[in-house]
Design a protein around this ligand. Structure first.
Ligand code: HEM
Length: 205
């Protein structure tokens, strides 16, 4: 019996554009890292590569953190759940860039010198704020998988609300270290306060 092309097409699994969304977001979030790596390997990070690396990874980490916080309000505004699909991935990218940032500081800048890090903590208070932010981000990243969501139940939600404290500590870190040009850190602060208030009002309702 002859099979028509319509029959064949009907039997083929349908291609879903949705299946490309997550890989596309993953590549978009990874691209800045690949550019940084290429610039590092080809010596294009300027006269002070460690400073450039610290600033770039710190900026990427704070931006990813704020984007991850925007996704829940975006879901409410759009009345669509698609933004939530990327929340965990973007949050983990924030942690990835924050880890690179801290590693640049600890390994390349301070060269594992605990004494130097200790005196930095007492001399430059913005380092304390950054450390608090990073220490909060660690358990959030560790408990971001489905198994931990199931295991912790309601406690998972309470734990993950600490992301706003991490966000605040990061913004304080940035405002404190910014010498002169405060526009960017202030924009982040206003955005964070807006996101926090929006979330609070929505939860209280
Ligand atoms: C152990 C924790 C941390 C340490 C020791 C640390 C250290 C530093 C240092 C030394 C700088 C450069 C200061 C300068 O330019 O004078 C910096 C900048 C910065 N850090 Fe951190 N940091 C930490 C955590 C974080 C975290 C968790 C984030 C974000 C999630 C972050 C975001 C930033 C940003 C946005 C900048 C400014 C970048 C710029 O000037 O463009 N830091 N940090």
């Amino acid at each position: 019996m002859a099979v028509s092309t319509t029959d064949v097409r009907a039997r083929l699994p349908r291609f879903r554009w949705q299946s490309l969304q997550k890989p596309a977001v993953f590549i978009a979030a990874l691209l800045p890292f690949l550019f940084l790596l290429q610039s590092l390997l080809t010596g294009q990070l300027g006269p002070n590569p460690i400073d450039t690396l610290t600033d770039q990874t710190g900026t990427l980490a704070i931006r990813m953190l704020l984007i991850s916080l925007m996704l829940t309000p975006l879901r409410w505004i759009l009345k669509n759940t698609w933004p939530i699909r990327f929340r965990r991935m973007i949050g983990l990218f924030a942690f990835f860039y924050a880890t690179l940032h801290v590693a640049t500081y600890f390994v390349l800048d301070q060269q594992f010198d605990i004494g130097a890090v200790w005196s930095d903590l007492s001399e430059r208070p913005y380092i304390v704020a950054g450390t608090i932010a990073f220490l909060i981000m660690v358990p959030l990243a560790i408990t971001s998988n489905n198994a931990m969501v199931r295991r912790l139940g309601r406690r998972w939600m309470s734990l993950h609300r600490a992301v706003y404290i991490a966000g605040l500590a990061v913004v304080v870190h940035y405002v404190w270290l910014a010498k002169g040009d405060l526009i960017e850190p202030i924009v982040y602060l206003v955005l964070l306060l807006f996101l926090f208030s929006y979330r609070l009002v929505k939860t209280l309702r």
